[in-house]
Design a protein around this ligand. Structure first.
Ligand SMILES: [Zn+2]
Ligand SMILES: [Zn+2]
Length: 145
């Protein structure tokens, strides 16, 4: 196994301390789920002994709902909450249509009802939550409760 992260990330340096990076969690094992965003096969990830899926290509994440709730709480507690002003919601994202990797139904895209102005995709029948790269960082570092 070699370190493929030799290049600097293109944009934000500075307050990257609580950025979510897939590399820290991936177990480098394919989990057989196609990324709803880019169609690459996702990999198993683990944090706090909870498993979820991450896309090695676009860094999107897929959670079961209870795992999502647990991990966002955990990460927010850890993040020492800098007072970032949440970016305005990107309404263009609400128009993107994606389908559930488990059942194929259209994911419901909506604003996360909580801090952070993130946009999340949910399949309610399957109880899965799909996050684009960067959305988890927004949730974790947003001020408020
Ligand atoms: Zn992807
Ligand atoms: Zn589904």
């Amino acid at each position: 196994m070699h370190d493929s992260r030799s290049s600097l990330s293109p944009s934000d340096e500075g307050d990257s301390s609580c950025d979510f990076e897939l590399g820290g969690f991936s177990q480098q094992r394919k989990c057989g789920i196609r990324c709803p965003g880019c169609r690459e096969e996702m990999e198993f990830c683990e944090l706090q002994s909870s498993q979820f899926a991450g896309c090695p290509s676009c860094n999107a994440l897929l959670f079961q709902q209870p795992v999502f709730a647990k991990l966002t709480l955990h990460l927010r507690a850890k993040a020492a909450l800098p007072t970032l002003v949440p970016a305005p919601m990107d309404s263009a994202q609400l128009a993107i249509e994606r389908s559930c990797p488990t059942c194929g139904a259209r994911l419901e895209t909506h604003a996360f009802c909580g801090p952070g102005n993130a946009v999340i995709d949910t399949c309610f029948p399957c109880g899965v939550i799909f996050l684009d790269a960067g959305e988890l960082s927004k949730l974790v570092t947003a001020p408020g409760k």
